[in-house]
Design a protein around this ligand. Sequence first.
Ligand code: PHE
Length: 460
Amino acid sequence: MTTRASLHGLWSSQFTFVLAVTGSAVGLGNIWKFPYIAGSNGGGAFVAVYLVCVAVIGLPIMMSEVLIGRRGRRNPVATMLLVGEEEAGQRWWRWVGAIGVVAGMLILSFYSVVAGWSVAYVFKTANGELAGHTDGEITAVFDNLVASWPLLFGWHTLFMLMTIAVVARGVQRGLEQAVRILMPALLILLITLLVYAMRHGEFAAGLTFMFRFDFDALTAESVLVALGHAFFTLSIGMGAVMAYGAYLPEGTSVGTTSLAVVIADTSIALLAGMVIFPIVFAHGMDPAEGKGLLFHSLPIAFGNMTGGAFFGTLFFILLTFAAWTSSIGLIEPAVAWAVETRDVSRAVAAWTIGGIVWLLGLGTVFSFNVLADVNFWHGTFFENIDHLATNVLLPLGGLLISVFAGWVMCRNSTAEELDIGTGYLYRGWRLLARWIAPAGVLFIFMYSSGLLGWLRGLNA
Ligand code: PHE
């Protein structure tokens, strides 16, 4: 057993750790992103690939990240360096931590803009701005919001300030409390909305869209998007879980905690889909319309509901909190790195890193208005940052993390940290971490880049 102590304190219990990682996992990825990308990628088959990726690639990588984090007990860069040296005398693994730190900052730069929409909608629903209007008027509210860069700028700035404020104070205090209350509240509200969707939406059509596995509709690009989303939604591949794992007390079960987080995260995403698609179909909207899907569909439901202003406000408050607990996970690896290696206080680190992310976020702010027509590679600036971080850096980071835990770390160390014996559970994890997860990521990279087709062409 290593005896290294964490430099930032420990979680008060295993349950708190589960809450914190769930708080980081459950966010805009589940409620905003999952429905819109499932909708744009044809529904069912995409959902199937996403679920398979979560189970056979996401879960073992999440376990790997927690165990590496607890072993190293430092920020992801230092942890990968320390454990890599200890296990194999290799120093270059720190670059895996560095990729993660960068990916987290890139993701936060657009995450904050979208979280800003959610904050804006707290006020819009509370003001009654969305009640008593036609569907078209309600969807126009969103379109007008993103068309105005000063508004997006303001909301983005506000959300970044919220994130910096919490991280500057240290993660444990404010956040543990918030997650404890807000996560269950979010779940209850989603179930309330589910009842609404069942009674007033095209529920059967919604379910068919999500669960009819029509693989013909699946493109190579959608497979990569499903893989990237599995990483994004579970917060893995970039060291967030590793950073949180560094604060995990000894003697807690890495396996059970990871499984709990994966189940909670996936259930919330599926629930969000089951709320949104029935509403989309009942109002003749297009499930493939993209980023505005959530902000177009739910306000319509709230507009037609008794007590809609109340429930709507509550919903966007909870969504904001879900985004908040995630944004902290996105910035924590970079901040922990700065505190440990740049010899600055937590507050200075949080403000500096937060400032850089805020600046980068302006690119996303302008992607919806002044720069909306500037398209290259995968689309607007926002779409490129998202694609690069989510579909390239996270899977790459995850691939290297599972290779590290499966091949570089010795059996004794991983068995000791996982603490699930050396029986079939351990062997199962190791099989997934050594073979299935890396092979799965590589296969999808090759498939979606066309390399696989090209190789097949060579054989034909
Ligand atoms: N998992 C978060 C979400 O789904 C996003 C996130 C990614 C948070 C990586 C932290 C680290 O919204």
